[in-house]
Structure formats: structure tokens, C-alpha cells
Design a protein around this ligand. Structure first.
Ligand SMILES: *Cc1c(COP(=O)(O)O)cnc(C)c1O
Length: 365
């Protein structure tokens, strides 16, 4: 007889009802339909599970980064339409046409290629026009767009269903963002008015929380669905979705003058009780928080990390506490927000969430 499998060292609890509540919050704040952005494994939350959970809600599209993600959603039995958020690569397009996924078009070459593939497939592919209002990553610039649009409209196997653009600074630069919104409106005007497009979309999470929807009837939230606000002023209405957890593996009393972890960046000033936790940067908990006042939540309170985060373990000062071997530890979650951890690692919550590695077992609750 094999022994029963041991519990995981590090795991991420994912609260699907919080996810659904955040979707409702997003739809209410946007005041229009929603494309749920589930790229990068649903921001580290697990692509198939999140897509299945949101497919039961009213979601018009799932936004993904590439065909690999699109395929995983389709193969999970989810029938919600799939939208590819960035430019496509020539070798990806045949599958996109065959599966009826929706690309956004950034160049005439791309449009012509999709048209000929759709012709061979005897189908008419729905596409969106991507316009660059200031992000500088993809899409057509405004100049000359009316003529280009007419040319794409003349391609018989394409149907222009929508138009979208992307905000680069909605969480940090209001003036620039208002400029992008105005530019998008101008572009719509120059193309014969918003009504020419069944779907008009511009806002990410920061855009939909911080700005009006103007001519748009679709929003593309990502981060806020996972309970994190890109704007410091809006966190309360969002529910935490992922809690990154581990356990205390060891508790020891170290004398004064004893170094802790690689490089000896921390040395005890007095006798110190040190707990070792079974999680590290190999799980995606960022090593960059080392020395920046990061904390772990154990038995209802916070304890400071000591020295550097190592690959599989990290150490915490638990002096004057009852912390014991086997205690559950929250590295981020409802008590320590992931954006706090991100700030201490000098990065953004998006990067922390998408960086949680496959070794961390996802547990859905
Ligand atoms: C990632 C992405 C989004 C979602 O952005 P959040 O800031 O996570 O809400 C929306 N639109 C596009 C084009 C994206 O690439």
C-alpha cells in the first residue's frame, strides 16, 4: 500500500465566489458588457478553472494572449467566444480561422492573410480593428486609417465586428488617459461613427474604475477580476481571490549575533525565535522583498521576514509568540494584500500573480 500523498508545502487558495463578485463589480462599474481577460493562466489563478467559473456568468469574450491559451479554454469545454489581445503570428492564423477565434488586426498584411485563410476555409471571420491611441504596442495609428478601413472592409471573407484600443497609463496619468479617450472618440468619428462597429472597447481595469465609458460598449478588465485594484482609491469593493499559503516547518531559538540566510544580510541583535516557512522564490514569492519589511501572517498577526528569501524556504521572527511547527502561514491574501508584497518587491501585482509557479498547488474553494 502506498502512503497517502503528503499535503503541499505551498498552495494558493482561490475563491471562485469572490471572483464572480468581482466580475459583477466590474460590469456595474463599467456600465456595459465585459470581456474577461484570462491571459497568463488567468493571472496565475489557473486558466481552465477560471474560464469554467466565469463561463457560467455573462461574459461576451475571454481575452487571451496567444493561441495556446485559446486552445486550452476551448479544450476545457468552454464555448464563450475567445479574443486574442495582441498581434498574431502568421503560423497561428490558420488555427484561429478554423476555430473561429477573434483576432484584432494591426496591419493590412495581417488582414489580407486572414482573409485568404478564411476564403480557403469557406468562412467569414469576425475581426476587430486595433488602434494605437498611445500605447505603442500594436494597432493602427490614426493617420490614414479611414482608407485602410475601407480596404479591409472590401475583403469579402472578413467581417469587421469591433474596434479597440488600449490605455497605457490609466493608473498613473489622468491627463494622458483623457487624451487617449478623446483620440479614440476622434478615430471613431473619422471612421463614420461608433455605430459602424458592433463592439467598441478601450478600458482595462484602471480605465473602467477611473473613467467614463464614452462611446464604448465593452470593457476588458483583468486585474480587478482577481480582486486587486490598480487604483489605490478603489480596493474596498473588490474581494480577494488568491491567498498564497504555506506552513511553518521549523521553530528554533537563535542566540544574539547569529546570521540568518544567504549573504548574512540579517544578524540577530538579541536572542530571537525564528520560524522557517516552506515557501520561497521557487514558488514565485518574490526574492526582491528581502530587506524591505515584508511580513507573513500567522495565528492572526504579522511577523517580519528575516534576511533573504531563499528558493524553497524563508525565515520569520516569531519571538514572543506561540507560533509552532505546522502552523498555516499567509504570504498574501485577505490580511496582506498582494499589492503590498508587490510594492516591497519594487514591482506590480500583475507580475507577482503571474509569477506564482506551477509547484504551488491551486486549491479552489
Ligand atoms: C492585459 C490587458 C487587459 C487587462 O488589463 P488589466 O490592467 O489587468 O485590467 C486589457 N486589455 C488588453 C489589450 C490587455 O493586454
Amino acid at each position: 500500500m502506498n502512503p497517502p500523498p503528503s499535503p503541499p508545502r505551498a498552495w494558493a487558495e482561490i475563491d471562485l465566489s469572490a471572483l464572480r463578485e468581482n466580475l459583477h463589480t466590474a460590469r456595474e462599474s463599467a456600465g456595459c458588457a465585459v470581456m474577461a481577460v484570462v491571459k497568463a493562466g488567468a493571472y496565475g489563478h489557473g486558466l481552465e478553472e477560471i474560464a469554467r467559473a466565469l463561463a457560467e456568468e455573462e461574459v461576451v469574450f475571454f481575452g487571451v494572449a496567444n493561441v495556446g491559451e485559446a486552445r486550452r479554454i476551448a479544450e476545457a469545454g468552454v464555448t464563450t467566444r475567445i479574443y486574442l489581445l495582441g498581434a498574431t503570428w502568421a503560423e497561428e492564423r490558420q488555427e484561429i480561422v478554423a476555430r473561429g477565434w477573434t483576432p484584432c488586426i494591426s496591419s493590412l498584411d495581417e488582414a489580407r492573410h486572414f482573409n485568404s485563410l478564411a476564403f480557403m476555409h469557406k468562412s467569414r471571420l469576425k475581426v476587430h480593428i486595433s488602434v494605437d491611441t498611445g500605447m505603442g504596442r500594436g494597432g493602427f495609428v490614426a493617420e490614414g486609417l479611414p482608407a485602410i478601413l475601407n480596404e479591409i472592409e472590401g475583403l469579402p471573407n472578413l467581417e469587421i465586428e469591433g474596434i479597440g484600443s488600449h490605455l497605457s497609463s490609466a493608473d498613473e496619468d489622468e491627463e494622458f488617459t483623457l487624451g487617449q479617450i478623446a483620440k479614440f472618440a476622434e478615430i471613431l468619428q473619422s471612421l463614420g461613427g461608433a455605430e459602424r462597429f458592433a463592439w467598441r472597447h478601450l478600458s482595462n481595469s484602471a480605465g473602467l474604475l477611473g473613467y467614463g465609458r464614452e462611446h464604448c460598449n465593452l470593457a476588458r478588465p483583468g486585474l480587478m477580476l482577481y480582486g486587486v485594484s490598480p487604483l489605490a482609491t478603489h480596493p474596498a469593493q473588490l474581494k480577494n481571490v488568491m491567498s498564497l499559503k504555506s506552513r511553518v516547518t521549523l521553530v528554533r531559538d537563535l542566540p544574539a549575533g547569529h546570521a540568518v540566510s544567504y549573504g548574512r544580510t540579517f544578524v540577530t541583535a538579541k536572542p530571537t525565535r525564528v520560524a522557517t516557512i516552506g515557501i520561497g522564490y521557487g514558488d514565485g514569492y518574490p526574492r526582491h522583498v528581502s530587506g524591505h519589511g515584508a511580513e507573513a501572517f500567522i495565528r492572526g498577526r504579522r511577523f517580519p521576514l528575516l534576511g533573504r528569501v531563499t528558493m524553497d524556504q524563508l525565515m520569520v521572527d516569531v519571538t514572543d509568540s506561540e507560533v509552532a511547527e505546522g502552523d498555516e502561514v499567509e504570504m498574501f491574501g485577505p490580511n496582506i494584500r498582494v499589492d503590498e508584497v508587490a510594492a516591497k518587491a519594487d514591482t506590480i501585482a500583475w507580475e507577482i500573480l503571474t509569477g506564482i509557479t506551477p509547484r504551488v498547488v491551486r486549491v479552489y474553494v
